[in-house]
Design a protein around this ligand. Structure first.
Ligand code: B1M
Length: 210
């Protein structure tokens, strides 16, 4: 990991809010790629989670980490390009019922928009019937679900089942992503694909909707 990446990772992992935004600007000016800086920030968030699990950080620290990360993403966003311009279609995205983590979901939304998709973002803690309503109202052909809490992976199954009940499942693809998602989750709850990061999410939807 390069010098800037190390510094960015440690600024975020140590919750140094004042430093991160200016450090990111400096790194961009020095020619670092926004996507690499984002990857360093994501690694820092994993470290924050580990420190929280270890009892070294408290909930207030998690909240602060979320805010620092958002400030950092705001600096990087204008420089992030998803590629695959021209792929079009409507994607409904949200964080599933019971889960309020939204940083990854927002990044996925930003990257999809910049790749030319229409994005309908329903926010966080979204019940399955709201997803179905939005799919119908927007004639969407794909859904992106974010889930970070292991206890909430069942919400993915609720969305898949509700789409089936509404007779929409055949025409609508479902992708999932987020810290706790595995291939097993995809299989168990009947989703179609898993995106490990926002770039992969764009690749998946582009493959489905060209
Ligand atoms: Co919480 N949290 N949190 N948290 N939090 C995790 C997820 C946790 C892993 C931390 C830990 O203990 N190690 C843990 C979950 C454990 C588990 O279930 N396995 C946890 C916990 C336990 C909790 C609470 C229960 C804590 C409590 O109250 N006691 C609570 C739950 C609240 C709720 O949701 N009901 C809680 C609350 C919070 C905050 C509100 C304080 C804050 C969120 C702020 C916000 O989002 N606005 C927070 C934070 C910041 C985290 C960590 C530290 C960081 C998450 C993050 O933003 N990462 C997180 C640790 C971790 O993830 N390892 C943790 C950066 C972001 C860019 O990555 O979201 O993974 P991510 O998104 C990536 C990819 O995953 C992918 O692309 C994104 C960009 O590359 N992706 C998709 C994401 N969604 C996608 C959708 C797609 C495709 C790709 O669709 C196709």
């Amino acid at each position: 990991m390069g010098e800037y990446m190390e510094r960015v990772k440690s600024a975020l992992a140590n919750l140094e809010d004042d430093d991160l935004a200016s450090l990111l600007r400096e790194a961009l000016e020095a020619g670092e790629e926004a996507a690499d800086l984002l990857a360093a920030m994501s690694e820092a968030m994993v470290e924050v989670g580990e420190r929280f699990e270890a009892g070294e950080y408290y909930l207030a620290d998690l909240v602060l980490a979320g805010e620092v990360m958002k400030d950092g993403v705001a600096v990087l966003e204008p420089h992030l390009s998803a590629g695959d311009k021209g792929a079009k279609g409507t994607v409904v995205i949200c964080t599933v019922k019971g889960d309020i983590h939204d940083i990854g979901k927002n990044l996925v939304g930003t990257m999809l928009s910049s790749a030319g998709f229409q994005v309908v973002d329903l926010g966080v803690d979204v019940p399955a019937d709201k997803v179905v309503e939005a799919v119908k109202a927007n004639s969407a052909r794909a859904v992106g679900l974010s889930v970070l809490l292991t206890t909430m992976v069942g919400s993915v199954g609720e969305v898949v089942d509700s789409l089936k009940e509404a007779g929409l499942r055949d025409g609508v693809k479902v992708a999932v992503g987020g810290a706790c998602v595995t291939d097993e989750v995809v299989e168990r709850y009947g989703a179609d694909a898993m995106g490990r990061d926002a770039v992969e999410a764009v690749r998946i939807f582009s493959g489905w909707m060209e």
